[in-house]
Design a protein around this ligand. Structure first.
Ligand SMILES: [Zn+2]
Length: 544
């Protein structure tokens, strides 16, 4: 039996003394995913990150008897870290994560930046800490906590890839290459998603797909004076508006083509209700809405369904229009808009792009030249139903870690502190899709099918919550990224020294703090870490 109090203590120490300082060093490394750094191999940042992870993990292997680690490198591909930890029974659990990062992006507050780690309160700012640097540390330290107490667990494989933010195109090659070593999987845990709060265990049960493209409307060979031409020449912008109205109801924001919808499974509707009951207004207050703004619906359940199971349009770029300060009285020759559509899980994204193109291009108003050029698309994902043992395990895990359930509810993931305060008829929660400040094609964690290829029987895949940590603090544009990268280059050889210095500093700090103060309460990490521990723990009890 796992002593949760003891595990928490172990976890606190491990994160404060070792993992957070290592993540601090990791954030400094600009190891952008290959899509954002085509010269990643020459730059060597990915190797630096892998070496940092490897160094930390290797030092822990002696505590996990019989375990082994290998950095596997297929020619021309980003590396993967493979850690094998023997266990009891016939089953194998795969714990997945990635260490490549999103690019810098803009919007960082002065003094913050992607490669500038900053600990502030219980948050660690910087690129990659939460997405998804923590995963290997969470998985390994979970197993260490079990080992410390002599709690048995199944055989575990930790697989950390370095291509996820580019669409994981290298991963299937590794899964094939390592199939015999990975073995037959009984459960895949993807530690790479978002969560709604810290009051219960969250899982991602679906992700929307997407289709994007560029819509061009041309009306003139060259611009003409608006005093001369308006009223004679139709405005390209107005035609664009009319075309967009074919796609979207501008009053409600609902997409018009019925073919872009799917029947939402009843269990997902029920989960959306539970998620919205757990989150309440937080479904929309988490967004930096301007004062006076209201969300697209008053009903949080509708909002959850909108963002998980319904198609939505975002116009993410526009061209052909001068900046307001440069705008004269000219009727413009063309308007170009970048359209990004989110699609319900399971909907054929390529087909959806075709539907959109036909809809936009047919019968162009006034005979304007209208072209919709589809660019990228991705099919959404919908988790299979949970088998009863897994559902029970998750319920037990959430209860064990987050508190006792308030009522004899059969609902899983509903045992948090908040749900105890709520009426038993509206317990929390399965997860909505994760949010992330990232390009539209980013961070699609690997579908179960990737791992099924190496599995004799179908493996349930669960995707657990990552912290609600901010990727960036939106405000002013910061120009310090390159400085930080140069600084990193100066320091890259001193990483190991820095880690131990940081460790010593944090250890000193903790001693100086009263335990009642909560110490370095990085609860987002602790939470996730316990999640993994409890999953493996309950997995073990329920299944071995
Ligand atoms: Zn990720």
């Amino acid at each position: 039996m796992l002593d949760v109090g003891k595990a928490k203590k172990f976890i606190d120490l491990c994160w404060a003394d070792e993992i957070v300082p290592t993540l601090v060093e990791y954030i400094k490394i600009p190891n952008k995913s290959p899509a954002f750094d085509p010269d990643w191999a020459t730059h060597g940042y990915m190797d630096d990150a892998v070496a940092l992870f490897e160094r930390w993990a290797r030092a822990k292997l002696p505590t996990l008897l019989g375990s082994s680690l290998e950095v596997v490198r297929l020619p021309g591909r980003t590396p993967v870290i493979l850690i094998e930890i023997p266990g009891e029974g016939q089953d194998t659990v795969l714990l997945y994560g990635h260490l490549d990062k999103q690019p810098e992006m803009v919007g960082w507050t002065q003094g913050y930046g992607p490669w500038i780690p900053r600990l502030e309160g219980d948050k660690l700012y910087g690129r990659g800490g939460a997405d998804d640097g923590y995963a290997m540390f969470g998985a390994l330290s979970a197993l260490m906590a079990l080992k410390e107490q002599g709690v048995a667990h199944a055989r575990c494989i930790i697989l950390i890839e370095a291509c996820e933010e580019s669409g994981s195109y290298d991963l299937p090659h590794y899964v094939d290459h390592l199939a015999s070593r990975i073995g037959s999987l009984s459960l895949v845990v993807c530690l790479d998603s978002g969560c709604g709060n810290y009051d219960q265990l969250w899982m991602t049960t679906s992700l929307r797909g997407m289709a994007s493209g560029t819509l061009t409307v041309e009306v003139l060979d060259e611009g003409v004076h608006s005093g001369d031409g308006s009223g004679v020449v139709p405005s390209s912008f107005r035609i664009l508006r009319r075309l967009l109205s074919r796609l979207e109801d501008e009053e409600t924001g609902a997409m018009r083509p019925a073919e872009l919808y799917v029947q939402v499974p009843s269990e997902r509707v029920a989960q959306a209700r539970r998620a919205s009951a757990a989150l309440g207004k937080a479904v929309y207050t988490k967004f930096p809405l301007k004062t006076g703004m209201s969300p697209m619906s008053d009903d949080p359940t509708e909002l959850v369904l909108n963002r998980t199971w319904r198609p939505q349009l975002a116009v993410t770029g526009i061209d052909g229009l001068p900046a307001p300060t440069d705008a004269g009285n000219v009727l413009l020759p063309s308007t170009v808009a970048k359209l990004s559509l989110r699609l319900p899980p399971g909907l054929d994204a390529a087909k959806a792009a075709d539907i959109v193109r036909t809809l936009l291009e047919k019968d162009p108003p006034y005979g304007a030249r209208v072209v919709f050029d589809p660019e990228s698309n991705a099919v959404g994902w919908h988790a299979p139903s949970l088998s009863p043992w897994l559902e029970q395990s998750l319920t037990r895990a959430s209860e064990t870690v987050f508190g006792s359930p308030p009522a004899p509810s059969r609902l899983w993931l509903c045992s948090g502190k908040n749900s105890r305060k709520r009426s038993s008829s509206s317990p929390a929660c399965s997860a909505p899709t994760p949010t992330r400040m990232a390009p539209t094609n980013s961070c699609t964690f690997p579908p179960a099918s990737v791992f099924r290829s190496s599995s004799r029987r179908s493996s349930p895949t669960i995707t657990l919550s990552r912290a609600r940590i901010s990727h960036c603090r939106p405000h002013r544009k910061d120009s310090g990224h390159e400085r930080a990268e140069a600084h990193y280059l100066d320091r890259r050889d001193r990483t190991a020294k820095d880690v131990s210095a940081e460790t010593a500093r944090r250890r000193r700090n903790r001693r100086e703090q009263s335990p009642a103060s909560g110490g370095d309460s990085l609860h987002f990490d602790r939470n996730r870490y316990l999640t993994v521990a409890s999953i493996i723990f309950v997995w073990n009890l329920g299944h071995l």
